[in-house]
Design a protein. Structure first.
Length: 439
Protein backbone atom coordinates (compact mmCIF):
# COMPACT_ATOMS: atom_id res chain seq x y z
CA UNK A 1 0.00 0.00 0.00
CA UNK A 2 1.35 3.43 -0.94
CA UNK A 3 0.99 5.87 1.96
CA UNK A 4 2.87 8.65 0.22
CA UNK A 5 0.78 11.83 0.56
CA UNK A 6 -0.31 13.82 -2.50
CA UNK A 7 1.47 17.08 -1.74
CA UNK A 8 0.29 20.03 -3.78
CA UNK A 9 2.55 22.61 -2.14
CA UNK A 10 5.61 22.62 0.07
CA UNK A 11 7.06 25.90 1.28
CA UNK A 12 10.30 26.85 2.99
CA UNK A 13 10.04 30.03 5.05
CA UNK A 14 13.09 32.17 5.71
CA UNK A 15 11.91 32.79 9.29
CA UNK A 16 9.21 31.51 11.65
CA UNK A 17 6.87 34.52 11.65
CA UNK A 18 6.66 34.56 7.88
CA UNK A 19 6.12 30.82 7.80
CA UNK A 20 3.03 31.01 10.01
CA UNK A 21 1.78 33.74 7.66
CA UNK A 22 1.93 31.27 4.75
CA UNK A 23 0.41 28.54 6.92
CA UNK A 24 -2.58 30.79 7.65
CA UNK A 25 -3.50 31.55 4.06
CA UNK A 26 -3.35 27.97 2.83
CA UNK A 27 -5.19 26.67 5.92
CA UNK A 28 -7.93 29.29 5.39
CA UNK A 29 -8.34 27.87 1.89
CA UNK A 30 -9.24 24.51 3.43
CA UNK A 31 -6.02 22.57 2.92
CA UNK A 32 -4.76 20.26 5.64
CA UNK A 33 -1.42 21.90 6.38
CA UNK A 34 1.35 21.54 8.96
CA UNK A 35 4.40 23.72 9.55
CA UNK A 36 7.59 21.95 10.69
CA UNK A 37 10.77 23.40 12.17
CA UNK A 38 12.93 21.01 10.12
CA UNK A 39 12.34 19.40 6.73
CA UNK A 40 10.04 16.45 7.51
CA UNK A 41 10.93 12.88 6.67
CA UNK A 42 8.79 10.77 4.36
CA UNK A 43 7.64 8.85 7.45
CA UNK A 44 6.49 12.04 9.17
CA UNK A 45 4.48 13.06 6.12
CA UNK A 46 2.96 9.61 5.67
CA UNK A 47 1.83 9.69 9.31
CA UNK A 48 -0.50 12.61 8.53
CA UNK A 49 -3.46 11.34 6.46
CA UNK A 50 -4.96 13.89 4.10
CA UNK A 51 -1.96 16.22 4.23
CA UNK A 52 -1.88 18.44 1.14
CA UNK A 53 0.52 21.21 2.17
CA UNK A 54 3.49 21.37 4.48
CA UNK A 55 5.92 24.10 5.35
CA UNK A 56 9.35 24.38 6.93
CA UNK A 57 10.05 27.34 9.21
CA UNK A 58 13.68 28.03 8.44
CA UNK A 59 16.13 30.67 9.63
CA UNK A 60 17.84 31.62 6.37
CA UNK A 61 16.76 35.24 6.68
CA UNK A 62 19.61 35.72 9.18
CA UNK A 63 22.26 33.60 7.40
CA UNK A 64 25.14 34.41 5.06
CA UNK A 65 24.97 33.21 1.44
CA UNK A 66 27.39 30.34 2.16
CA UNK A 67 25.32 29.24 5.16
CA UNK A 68 22.14 29.53 3.10
CA UNK A 69 23.55 27.28 0.40
CA UNK A 70 24.55 24.60 2.90
CA UNK A 71 21.02 24.72 4.34
CA UNK A 72 18.87 25.13 1.24
CA UNK A 73 20.41 22.67 -1.23
CA UNK A 74 19.68 19.55 0.87
CA UNK A 75 16.34 20.99 2.04
CA UNK A 76 15.18 21.63 -1.52
CA UNK A 77 16.33 18.16 -2.63
CA UNK A 78 14.31 16.56 0.15
CA UNK A 79 11.25 18.69 -0.64
CA UNK A 80 11.51 17.88 -4.35
CA UNK A 81 11.60 14.16 -3.49
CA UNK A 82 8.09 14.39 -2.00
CA UNK A 83 6.73 14.99 -5.49
CA UNK A 84 5.14 18.31 -4.53
CA UNK A 85 3.59 20.16 -7.48
CA UNK A 86 4.94 23.47 -6.13
CA UNK A 87 7.88 24.31 -3.87
CA UNK A 88 7.84 27.88 -2.65
CA UNK A 89 10.69 29.75 -0.96
CA UNK A 90 8.65 32.04 1.27
CA UNK A 91 10.17 35.43 2.06
CA UNK A 92 8.92 38.45 3.95
CA UNK A 93 6.51 40.55 1.90
CA UNK A 94 8.94 43.47 2.32
CA UNK A 95 11.78 41.44 0.74
CA UNK A 96 14.03 41.70 3.82
CA UNK A 97 17.45 40.69 2.49
CA UNK A 98 20.81 41.87 1.25
CA UNK A 99 23.69 40.46 -0.74
CA UNK A 100 25.33 39.35 2.53
CA UNK A 101 22.38 38.44 4.82
CA UNK A 102 19.31 36.41 3.88
CA UNK A 103 20.07 36.82 0.17
CA UNK A 104 16.97 36.11 -1.93
CA UNK A 105 19.27 35.86 -4.93
CA UNK A 106 21.19 33.03 -3.29
CA UNK A 107 17.90 31.23 -2.57
CA UNK A 108 16.99 31.58 -6.27
CA UNK A 109 20.37 30.18 -7.29
CA UNK A 110 19.86 27.18 -4.97
CA UNK A 111 16.39 26.63 -6.38
CA UNK A 112 17.68 26.66 -9.95
CA UNK A 113 20.37 24.12 -9.04
CA UNK A 114 17.85 21.67 -7.57
CA UNK A 115 14.67 22.16 -9.61
CA UNK A 116 16.21 23.12 -12.97
CA UNK A 117 13.09 25.00 -14.13
CA UNK A 118 13.30 27.20 -17.21
CA UNK A 119 12.68 30.31 -15.13
CA UNK A 120 12.05 31.32 -11.51
CA UNK A 121 8.85 33.28 -10.79
CA UNK A 122 9.08 35.88 -8.01
CA UNK A 123 5.86 37.32 -6.63
CA UNK A 124 6.27 40.98 -5.78
CA UNK A 125 3.11 41.95 -3.86
CA UNK A 126 0.69 40.79 -1.19
CA UNK A 127 -2.30 43.17 -1.14
CA UNK A 128 -3.97 41.45 1.84
CA UNK A 129 -0.97 42.51 3.94
CA UNK A 130 -0.72 46.00 2.48
CA UNK A 131 2.12 45.21 0.06
CA UNK A 132 1.73 46.37 -3.54
CA UNK A 133 4.08 45.90 -6.49
CA UNK A 134 3.60 48.29 -9.41
CA UNK A 135 5.97 48.30 -12.41
CA UNK A 136 8.49 46.43 -10.31
CA UNK A 137 8.46 48.85 -7.37
CA UNK A 138 7.31 47.59 -3.97
CA UNK A 139 5.14 49.69 -1.66
CA UNK A 140 4.29 48.73 1.93
CA UNK A 141 1.82 49.83 4.56
CA UNK A 142 3.21 50.90 7.92
CA UNK A 143 1.96 48.03 10.08
CA UNK A 144 0.07 44.96 8.83
CA UNK A 145 -3.52 44.98 10.07
CA UNK A 146 -3.28 48.66 10.99
CA UNK A 147 -4.37 51.96 9.44
CA UNK A 148 -0.81 53.06 8.71
CA UNK A 149 0.25 54.94 5.59
CA UNK A 150 1.66 53.31 2.46
CA UNK A 151 5.26 54.06 1.46
CA UNK A 152 7.66 53.12 -1.30
CA UNK A 153 9.94 50.53 0.25
CA UNK A 154 13.09 52.64 0.29
CA UNK A 155 11.15 55.46 2.00
CA UNK A 156 9.32 53.25 4.49
CA UNK A 157 9.69 54.63 8.06
CA UNK A 158 10.56 51.18 9.44
CA UNK A 159 11.99 49.09 6.60
CA UNK A 160 14.34 51.80 5.37
CA UNK A 161 16.07 51.75 8.77
CA UNK A 162 15.90 48.00 9.47
CA UNK A 163 18.91 47.20 11.71
CA UNK A 164 20.12 44.24 9.64
CA UNK A 165 18.73 44.62 6.10
CA UNK A 166 17.66 48.25 5.53
CA UNK A 167 15.63 48.75 2.36
CA UNK A 168 17.64 50.95 -0.01
CA UNK A 169 15.99 49.87 -3.28
CA UNK A 170 12.27 49.59 -4.06
CA UNK A 171 12.69 48.26 -7.63
CA UNK A 172 12.69 44.50 -7.08
CA UNK A 173 14.37 43.75 -10.40
CA UNK A 174 17.30 45.92 -9.32
CA UNK A 175 17.29 44.50 -5.78
CA UNK A 176 17.51 40.94 -7.12
CA UNK A 177 20.09 41.89 -9.77
CA UNK A 178 22.37 42.82 -6.85
CA UNK A 179 21.98 39.33 -5.38
CA UNK A 180 22.08 36.97 -8.38
CA UNK A 181 23.86 37.03 -11.73
CA UNK A 182 20.79 35.60 -13.48
CA UNK A 183 19.03 38.03 -15.79
CA UNK A 184 15.95 39.52 -14.12
CA UNK A 185 12.84 40.87 -15.84
CA UNK A 186 9.31 42.05 -15.06
CA UNK A 187 5.81 40.83 -15.83
CA UNK A 188 4.14 44.17 -15.20
CA UNK A 189 0.70 44.99 -13.86
CA UNK A 190 -0.72 45.62 -17.34
CA UNK A 191 -0.01 42.00 -18.27
CA UNK A 192 -0.97 40.54 -14.88
CA UNK A 193 -4.31 42.34 -14.81
CA UNK A 194 -5.07 41.37 -18.40
CA UNK A 195 -5.96 37.93 -19.73
CA UNK A 196 -4.11 34.68 -19.10
CA UNK A 197 -2.92 34.98 -22.68
CA UNK A 198 -1.35 38.37 -21.86
CA UNK A 199 0.60 36.83 -18.96
CA UNK A 200 1.73 33.85 -21.03
CA UNK A 201 2.88 36.02 -23.94
CA UNK A 202 4.85 38.29 -21.60
CA UNK A 203 6.54 35.30 -19.98
CA UNK A 204 7.34 33.68 -23.32
CA UNK A 205 8.92 36.93 -24.57
CA UNK A 206 11.08 37.28 -21.45
CA UNK A 207 12.21 33.66 -21.65
CA UNK A 208 13.12 34.13 -25.33
CA UNK A 209 15.37 36.99 -24.19
CA UNK A 210 17.16 34.62 -21.79
CA UNK A 211 15.52 36.17 -18.74
CA UNK A 212 15.76 33.66 -15.90
CA UNK A 213 14.14 35.49 -12.96
CA UNK A 214 10.65 36.93 -13.52
CA UNK A 215 9.15 39.40 -11.05
CA UNK A 216 5.34 39.58 -11.18
CA UNK A 217 3.49 42.76 -10.17
CA UNK A 218 0.41 42.46 -7.93
CA UNK A 219 -1.96 45.22 -6.82
CA UNK A 220 -5.17 43.30 -6.01
CA UNK A 221 -5.96 39.88 -4.56
CA UNK A 222 -7.32 38.86 -7.96
CA UNK A 223 -3.88 39.48 -9.44
CA UNK A 224 -2.54 36.78 -7.12
CA UNK A 225 -5.15 34.31 -8.38
CA UNK A 226 -4.28 35.06 -12.01
CA UNK A 227 -0.58 34.52 -11.34
CA UNK A 228 -1.29 31.32 -9.37
CA UNK A 229 -3.46 29.94 -12.17
CA UNK A 230 -0.70 30.68 -14.68
CA UNK A 231 1.95 28.97 -12.49
CA UNK A 232 -0.24 25.97 -11.69
CA UNK A 233 -0.96 25.45 -15.39
CA UNK A 234 2.79 25.34 -16.07
CA UNK A 235 3.46 22.85 -13.25
CA UNK A 236 0.58 20.65 -14.40
CA UNK A 237 1.23 20.76 -18.13
CA UNK A 238 4.94 19.99 -17.85
CA UNK A 239 4.59 17.66 -14.85
CA UNK A 240 7.34 19.41 -12.96
CA UNK A 241 7.87 20.64 -9.45
CA UNK A 242 7.69 24.40 -10.02
CA UNK A 243 9.95 26.44 -7.75
CA UNK A 244 8.82 29.97 -6.89
CA UNK A 245 9.88 32.79 -4.59
CA UNK A 246 7.81 35.44 -2.86
CA UNK A 247 5.42 36.34 -0.08
CA UNK A 248 2.41 34.40 1.23
CA UNK A 249 0.65 35.74 -1.86
CA UNK A 250 1.71 32.41 -3.40
CA UNK A 251 -0.34 30.54 -0.77
CA UNK A 252 -3.26 32.94 -1.02
CA UNK A 253 -3.27 32.82 -4.82
CA UNK A 254 -2.90 29.05 -5.11
CA UNK A 255 -5.42 28.47 -2.33
CA UNK A 256 -8.07 30.58 -4.08
CA UNK A 257 -7.24 29.03 -7.44
CA UNK A 258 -7.65 25.53 -6.01
CA UNK A 259 -10.92 26.47 -4.31
CA UNK A 260 -12.29 27.61 -7.67
CA UNK A 261 -11.15 24.36 -9.22
CA UNK A 262 -12.84 22.22 -6.57
CA UNK A 263 -9.78 21.03 -4.66
CA UNK A 264 -10.75 22.67 -1.35
CA UNK A 265 -13.59 24.37 0.50
CA UNK A 266 -12.60 27.50 2.47
CA UNK A 267 -12.80 27.47 6.26
CA UNK A 268 -15.56 29.85 7.40
CA UNK A 269 -15.70 29.22 11.16
CA UNK A 270 -12.97 28.94 13.79
CA UNK A 271 -12.96 27.95 17.45
CA UNK A 272 -13.30 30.99 19.77
CA UNK A 273 -10.14 32.30 21.44
CA UNK A 274 -10.20 32.07 25.22
CA UNK A 275 -8.56 34.53 27.58
CA UNK A 276 -4.89 33.87 28.35
CA UNK A 277 -4.15 33.65 32.05
CA UNK A 278 -1.50 34.95 31.68
CA UNK A 279 0.01 35.89 28.30
CA UNK A 280 3.78 35.94 27.97
CA UNK A 281 5.26 38.07 25.18
CA UNK A 282 8.90 37.54 24.26
CA UNK A 283 10.13 40.09 21.74
CA UNK A 284 13.38 40.59 19.87
CA UNK A 285 11.75 43.09 17.52
CA UNK A 286 13.01 46.66 17.37
CA UNK A 287 10.35 47.75 14.87
CA UNK A 288 8.50 51.01 15.65
CA UNK A 289 5.27 49.03 15.22
CA UNK A 290 6.24 46.58 17.98
CA UNK A 291 7.51 49.40 20.17
CA UNK A 292 4.09 51.07 19.97
CA UNK A 293 2.41 47.76 20.82
CA UNK A 294 4.59 47.34 23.89
CA UNK A 295 3.81 50.86 25.09
CA UNK A 296 0.07 50.37 24.58
CA UNK A 297 0.06 47.04 26.39
CA UNK A 298 1.95 48.46 29.38
CA UNK A 299 -0.53 51.34 29.55
CA UNK A 300 -3.26 48.70 29.73
CA UNK A 301 -1.91 46.56 32.54
CA UNK A 302 0.93 44.49 31.08
CA UNK A 303 4.23 44.45 32.95
CA UNK A 304 7.63 44.49 31.27
CA UNK A 305 11.15 43.24 31.81
CA UNK A 306 13.90 44.59 29.55
CA UNK A 307 16.79 42.21 28.93
CA UNK A 308 20.44 43.18 28.55
CA UNK A 309 20.58 42.41 24.85
CA UNK A 310 24.24 43.34 24.46
CA UNK A 311 25.31 40.92 27.20
CA UNK A 312 23.15 38.13 25.80
CA UNK A 313 24.51 38.75 22.31
CA UNK A 314 28.07 38.64 23.62
CA UNK A 315 27.98 35.60 25.88
CA UNK A 316 24.49 34.08 25.56
CA UNK A 317 23.76 34.23 29.29
CA UNK A 318 20.64 35.44 31.09
CA UNK A 319 20.39 37.28 34.39
CA UNK A 320 19.32 34.73 37.03
CA UNK A 321 17.48 37.33 39.09
CA UNK A 322 15.50 38.44 36.02
CA UNK A 323 14.59 34.84 35.27
CA UNK A 324 13.29 34.35 38.80
CA UNK A 325 11.27 37.57 38.54
CA UNK A 326 9.78 36.48 35.21
CA UNK A 327 8.62 33.16 36.65
CA UNK A 328 7.21 34.82 39.78
CA UNK A 329 5.18 37.39 37.84
CA UNK A 330 3.75 34.70 35.58
CA UNK A 331 2.90 32.47 38.53
CA UNK A 332 0.86 35.39 39.86
CA UNK A 333 -0.97 35.57 36.49
CA UNK A 334 0.49 38.91 35.39
CA UNK A 335 0.55 39.49 31.61
CA UNK A 336 4.22 40.07 30.91
CA UNK A 337 6.40 41.40 28.10
CA UNK A 338 10.05 40.33 28.09
CA UNK A 339 11.92 42.22 25.39
CA UNK A 340 15.28 43.43 24.18
CA UNK A 341 14.42 47.14 24.00
CA UNK A 342 13.41 49.29 21.04
CA UNK A 343 16.85 50.09 19.65
CA UNK A 344 19.52 47.99 21.33
CA UNK A 345 19.09 44.91 19.10
CA UNK A 346 20.90 46.63 16.25
CA UNK A 347 23.79 44.55 14.84
CA UNK A 348 23.48 41.99 17.64
CA UNK A 349 23.28 38.22 17.33
CA UNK A 350 19.81 37.12 16.23
CA UNK A 351 20.73 33.55 17.13
CA UNK A 352 21.74 34.30 20.72
CA UNK A 353 18.89 36.72 21.34
CA UNK A 354 16.30 34.38 19.83
CA UNK A 355 17.65 31.38 21.72
CA UNK A 356 17.53 33.34 24.98
CA UNK A 357 13.93 34.42 24.36
CA UNK A 358 12.93 30.86 23.51
CA UNK A 359 14.62 29.56 26.65
CA UNK A 360 12.65 32.07 28.72
CA UNK A 361 9.43 30.97 27.02
CA UNK A 362 10.11 27.29 27.71
CA UNK A 363 10.91 28.00 31.35
CA UNK A 364 7.64 29.94 31.62
CA UNK A 365 5.75 26.84 30.49
CA UNK A 366 7.68 24.47 32.76
CA UNK A 367 7.78 26.63 35.90
CA UNK A 368 4.66 28.81 35.64
CA UNK A 369 2.30 26.71 33.54
CA UNK A 370 1.91 29.36 30.83
CA UNK A 371 -0.47 28.16 28.09
CA UNK A 372 -0.12 30.94 25.48
CA UNK A 373 3.02 32.72 24.27
CA UNK A 374 3.50 35.50 21.72
CA UNK A 375 6.89 35.62 19.96
CA UNK A 376 7.62 38.94 18.23
CA UNK A 377 10.44 39.59 15.79
CA UNK A 378 11.23 37.92 12.48
CA UNK A 379 15.03 37.71 12.77
CA UNK A 380 14.92 36.05 16.21
CA UNK A 381 11.75 33.96 15.89
CA UNK A 382 13.23 30.85 14.28
CA UNK A 383 15.85 30.52 17.00
CA UNK A 384 13.23 31.09 19.69
CA UNK A 385 11.03 28.33 18.25
CA UNK A 386 13.87 25.83 18.31
CA UNK A 387 14.80 26.73 21.89
CA UNK A 388 11.16 26.09 22.80
CA UNK A 389 11.50 22.56 21.35
CA UNK A 390 8.76 23.16 18.79
CA UNK A 391 8.69 20.37 16.21
CA UNK A 392 5.66 21.59 14.25
CA UNK A 393 2.58 23.83 14.50
CA UNK A 394 -0.95 23.82 13.10
CA UNK A 395 -3.24 26.84 12.82
CA UNK A 396 -5.93 27.14 15.50
CA UNK A 397 -7.56 30.46 14.63
CA UNK A 398 -6.91 33.77 12.86
CA UNK A 399 -5.96 36.85 14.90
CA UNK A 400 -4.55 39.56 12.66
CA UNK A 401 -4.03 38.69 9.00
CA UNK A 402 -0.67 37.01 8.59
CA UNK A 403 -0.14 36.00 12.23
CA UNK A 404 -2.48 33.18 13.33
CA UNK A 405 -2.79 31.53 16.71
CA UNK A 406 -1.24 28.07 16.45
CA UNK A 407 -1.00 24.80 18.40
CA UNK A 408 2.42 23.31 19.12
CA UNK A 409 3.51 19.75 18.42
CA UNK A 410 6.57 18.79 20.44
CA UNK A 411 8.43 15.69 21.59
CA UNK A 412 8.62 17.49 24.95
CA UNK A 413 5.30 16.58 26.57
CA UNK A 414 5.25 19.82 28.57
CA UNK A 415 5.29 21.88 25.34
CA UNK A 416 2.72 19.75 23.50
CA UNK A 417 -0.49 21.69 22.84
CA UNK A 418 0.96 25.09 23.80
CA UNK A 419 -0.79 27.99 22.06
CA UNK A 420 1.71 30.20 20.28
CA UNK A 421 1.54 33.27 18.08
CA UNK A 422 4.49 34.41 15.98
CA UNK A 423 4.39 37.97 14.68
CA UNK A 424 6.79 39.91 12.51
CA UNK A 425 7.86 43.42 13.42
CA UNK A 426 5.44 45.03 10.97
CA UNK A 427 2.34 43.08 12.06
CA UNK A 428 -0.64 44.54 13.90
CA UNK A 429 -2.02 47.75 15.34
CA UNK A 430 -1.13 49.13 18.75
CA UNK A 431 -3.74 46.94 20.52
CA UNK A 432 -2.21 43.72 19.14
CA UNK A 433 -0.94 42.23 22.43
CA UNK A 434 -4.30 42.79 24.09
CA UNK A 435 -6.01 40.99 21.23
CA UNK A 436 -3.72 37.98 21.55
CA UNK A 437 -4.35 37.88 25.30
CA UNK A 438 -8.08 37.49 24.61
CA UNK A 439 -8.99 40.81 26.25
Amino acid sequence: MNNKPDILLAFYGDDFTGSTDALEFITRAGAKAVLFTEVPTAEQLAAMPGLKVYGVAGKTRSLSPDEMEKTLLPAFEQMKATGARHVHYKICSTFDSSATVGSIGKAIDCGVTVFKNEFTPVLGGMPALGRYCLFGNLFAKMGIGSDGGIYRLDRHPSMSIHPVTPATESDLTKLLAGQTSRKTGLVDILKVSGSMGDINLAVEKLISEQTKVLVYDAMKNEDLVSIAGHLDAIATAYRITLFSVGSSGIEMGLGTHWIRNGYFSPVREWAPISKAEPLLVVSGSCSPVTTAQISHAIANGFEEIILNAVKISNDGTLDGNQLATIVEKLQHKHNLIVHTGPKQSQNLSSEKLGTALGSIAKKAVLKAGVKRILVAGGDTSSYAARAMEIDAVEMLAPLVTGAPLCKVHSSNEAMQGLEVNFKGGQVGGKEYFLKVSGE
